[in-house]
Design a protein around this ligand. Structure first.
Ligand code: NAP
Length: 484
């Protein structure tokens, strides 16, 4: 029973409209918004790229790409609202025509979604400013990554800030559009029973896992310049860390929520060379096989487009410490990687054990609250129950809440939620410039260390949970990763 709000007529412009992200994620998400009645008839979706296409050619391309996942008749109606303008973000030609097209509907909300490499963000925003397309109800959406380190992120934020105000700038991290991620805030701040336990007195540690079974696929050109630290830790993993550990915001609005998230990033103990050596593990997959499939999978260095001596990390595990009153001494362990045994993203809050065990001879694990972000969105809590019978034998059981079972429908597109939010101008689930910069400031020393200390790769087999050192990271603290 999803609920939707009405939105005003909008011109939704996708720079990079022929790219992988646009075709695979953004246009299907917009189509779902259309089916929900949230793309009014006068709204326009305008694709931009250098490829010489006209409206009909772009529609035909999209039709071919989307027809398998959408109802064909409704798709044709949707595509009537889709247009295309060829232009090179770095050249003059085409901009007059594009500006005239946008100018034809002066009352429309304008969303400029930059689904291109971040090197083009400044060029595109500067042109939008020159043509005064930043005026009125205009917003710009910056796809992650914002730059590739702190310096380039600052440069982009400064240049975009000259054209669009902070309230017009939407930095997207699609993890924040996932239902469970939003529900984390509801769980914590909409219920009276969890928040009193959500601190160092009751929580032993937190584990955040984002595991993929896929390898690098066709994205080596991008991934070789990024790696897991830039691709996952700087963005998604630190976003999840902020949400799980932030203080209650004064209100559920963009300013209050983002203020609290940034305080977390500012409280994370900065990494030094010593703490990087001790608390960060990087890995790269070699050949191997996934559980249930005996065929040999290529190692990362054998994937198309990857250098034979690539030093790019496809796995990172990290121990993070937050120096504040709530979390002092409670580690947050992060792990993310490609070619791991299971596709799963979850946040696990591991509570302290009961202080005194009256049930002798029973080795009880601690209670765990798990927020499953994907693929089966839900929340589960483990506790101990008595096994039926005369003896006092205990067993750990789970109480599960499943989004799918309770509310029906399939996995809801995070992009559908976020695209709607930027059309409505609600930036609560988007990042602010200082948030992006705080996240880069944290990972910058790690990137510099990686750059100057060459690793011995590959160091884990495809289909395993990463290098042995990742297990040792927790074992040293008397803990272990959850078996997923
Ligand atoms: P992509 O497939 O390479 O698409 C790039 C798009 O930009 C194409 O439409 C390309 O078309 C256009 N383009 C390139 N140079 C241009 C120029 N000078 N002027 C105008 N248009 C230009 O890349 P992608 O995978 O869609 O990713 C786009 C961005 O999103 C990247 O920054 C990526 O890191 C990020 N991202 C992607 C994903 C994903 O799942 N793909 C997920 C998260 C974030 P022409 O070559 O015809 O110009």
């Amino acid at each position: 029973m999803p609920t939707s709000t009405e939105i005003d007529p909008c011109d939704f412009v996708i720079f990079g409209g022929t790219g992988d992200l646009a075709v695979r994620k953004l246009l299907p998400a917009l189509f779902h918004r259309f089916l929900d009645g949230q793309i009014p008839a006068s709204s326009r979706i305008i694709g931009i790229a250098r490829e010489a296409l006209d409206d009909a050619g772009y529609r035909a391309q999209l039709r071919e790409a989307l027809v398998g996942i959408c109802d064909a008749r409704q798709l044709d109606v949707f595509l009537e609202q889709v247009f295309y303008r060829p232009l090179d973000a770095r050249k003059d030609e085409g901009w007059d025509d594009f500006a005239a097209l946008i100018g034809a509907q002066p009352d429309h909300v304008r969303v400029f979604y930059l689904s291109t490499s971040p090197e083009l963000f400044v060029d595109i925003c500067t042109r939008l400013g020159q043509y005064k397309l930043n005026e009125g109800a205009s917003r710009v959406v910056l796809e992650k990554p914002i730059g590739r380190d702190l310096a380039s992120a600052n440069q982009i934020n400064d240049a975009v800030g000259k054209v669009f105000s902070e309230s017009q700038t939407f930095r997207i991290d699609h993890y924040l559009g996932k239902e469970t991620v939003q529900n984390l805030l509801v769980l914590r701040f909409g219920n009276g029973i969890f928040e009193p336990l959500w601190n160092r007195n009751y929580v032993d540690h937190v584990q955040i896992t984002a595991a993929e079974t896929l390898g690098v696929e066709q994205r080596a050109a991008f991934y070789e310049t990024a790696g897991a630290t830039r691709d996952m830790i700087q963005s998604h993993m630190l976003q999840l860390t902020s949400l799980v550990s932030m203080e209650p915001p004064a209100a559920f609005d963009a300013t209050a929520v983002r203020n609290e998230k940034i305080k977390v990033l500012q409280s994370i103990r900065p990494f030094t060379e010593e703490s990087i050596q001790a608390d960060i593990v990087r890995g790269q997959y070699g050949p191997g096989s996934t559980p249930g499939n005996s065929s040999l999978l290529a190692g990362y260095r054998q994937e198309p487009g990857v250098a034979k001596d690539s030093k790019t990390e496809t796995f990172v595990a990290a121990k993070i410490l937050i120096d504040n009153w709530r979390w002092a001494g409670v580690p947050i362990y992060l792990r993310t990687g490609k070619r791991l045994p299971k596709r799963v993203t979850e946040i696990a809050i591991q509570f302290r054990k009961a202080p005194h065990l009256v049930f002798r001879g029973q080795d009880l694990s601690s209670n765990t609250l798990v927020l499953n972000v994907q693929p089966d969105e839900g929340i589960s809590i483990s506790f101990h129950a008595k096994l039926p019978g005369q003896e006092m034998k205990l067993k750990t059981v789970n109480m599960d809440f499943s989004y799918q079972k309770t509310f029906g429908g399939g996995e809801r597109s995070a992009y559908a939620t976020l695209l709607n939010d930027c059309m409505r101008g609600d930036a609560t689930l988007f990042d602010r410039a200082d948030g992006v910069e705080a996240a880069w400031a944290l990972v910058n020393p790690i990137l510099e260390y990686f750059e100057s200390h060459k690793p011995k790769f590959p160091n884990y087999a495809a289909g395993t949970w990463g290098p042995r050192e990742a297990d040792e990271l927790l074992e040293r603290d008397g803990r272990h990763w959850r078996r997923l």
